[in-house]
Design a binder for this molecule. Structure first.
Ligand code: ZN
Length: 90
């Protein structure tokens, strides 16, 4: 049976003739992960700069006081406690 390659397996790309990227979503994601790993320090520095922007800082503080923000903090805290418990056993 011939494998059907659906267009839903490709990201849209307005610049290409058929409107889709030339590589499939899993291959594109793989490329992105490889690129990020190769330029890890660069992207970390960019993230640090972006996270320090006053509008981003204010947005984080606003979000932290919402119900979703509190729930996210509780999830993170539970994961951190589980991680620490594993770490102390190792
Ligand atoms: Zn592919």
């Amino acid at each position: 049976m011939e494998k059907v390659i659906s267009k839903c397996n490709f990201y849209r790309d307005a610049r290409s003739a058929d409107g889709f990227l030339h590589i499939c979503i899993p291959c594109k994601r793989n490329d992105i992960e490889e690129n990020r790993a190769l330029k890890r320090d660069y992207y970390r520095a960019q993230d640090r700069i972006r996270n320090a922007r006053p509008d981003r800082v204010a947005a984080r503080q606003t979000y932290a006081h919402t119900q979703a923000g509190r729930a996210a903090r509780q999830r993170a805290h539970r994961r951190w406690k589980a991680f620490k418990a594993l770490e102390s056993r190792a």
